[in-house]
Ligand binder design. Structure first.
Ligand code: CTP
Ligand code: MG
Length: 226
């Protein structure tokens, strides 16, 4: 499996409820460049195709932005779904058949690094699924309401980021099962876990934050290369 056959799915169908802007966060300019385009900038030397699931209001924004760009691979814009999992499943339907590996990356994570991408691609040579993640530096409490029930051994705790990688055939099958059985998974690795695959952890990057709240925007502005 080589990087030449790798397709990126960039889910961009969310409305950014927690962020709270009129235009979804992935379509806002961060230091002068739209957040989702910043993702494509980092991925461009590593992939051979890209699928962007989005919603009716996102489609014209993406198409207008891409008309000014010349990325060296085909970009397919498709309809997303009601959850991130549904959007990724929809994206998988549009992956070119020449692609044998898939990377999925949140469109709201513009500070991804080439190292994270390459680590995923390398992991997919030996694993069916992988996730970039950071080890926990904090003590982790399991609670019910506001009462601590347990302290989790943090040596076993990681914070998942994206990209997350899938071997195409196994990924397609796992997502089909997830949709038909109505699973509610918050990331791609969870879909693969539930489908019975081993998911490898590869090193993430502390700057690879997901823009979720307005506080994250301020952080991203400080971290981005201006
Ligand atoms: N996403 C998607 N389809 C959905 C929901 C989310 O493609 N139905 C995408 C978002 O556009 C984002 C990524 O999944 O790039 C991560 O999701 P999140 O940060 O939760 O974004 P939103 O769902 O837009 O934000 P919120 O949960 O605050 O509404
Ligand atoms: Mg969401």
């Amino acid at each position: 499996m080589t990087t030449h056959t790798c397709c990126l799915i960039l889910p961009a169908a969310g409305n950014g409820t927690r962020f709270g802007s009129d235009t979804p966060k992935q379509f806002l300019p961060l230091a002068g460049r739209l957040v989702f385009l910043r993702c494509l900038d980092v991925f461009q030397s590593h992939i051979s195709a890209c699928v962007i699931p989005t919603n009716a209001s996102g489609k014209p924004i993406i198409e207008e932005a891409l008309a000014q760009e010349s990325f060296p691979f085909p970009i397919i814009v498709c309809a997303g779904g009601k959850t991130r999992m549904h959007s990724v499943a929809a994206g998988l339907e549009h992956v070119p058949h020449t692609c044998s590996s898939i990377l999925i990356h949140d469109a709201a994570r513009p500070l991804v690094t080439s190292d994270c991408i390459q680590a995923c691609q390398k992991s997919l040579h030996t694993h069916t699924a992988c996730v970039v993640a950071l080890p926990s530096h904090s003590t982790v409490k399991y609670a019910q309401g506001t009462t601590v029930k347990k302290t989790i051994n943090r040596d076993h705790v990681y914070f998942a980021q994206t990209p997350q990688g899938l071997e195409y055939t196994a990924g397609k099958k796992a997502f089909a099962q997830a949709i038909s059985e109505n699973w509610s998974c918050t990331d791609d690795a969870e879909v693969m876990e539930r489908a019975g695959h081993q998911v490898a952890i590869v090193p993430g990057h502390p700057h690879n934050i997901k823009i979720t709240t307005p506080e994250d925007w301020a952080l991203a502005e400080n971290l981005v290369d201006k």
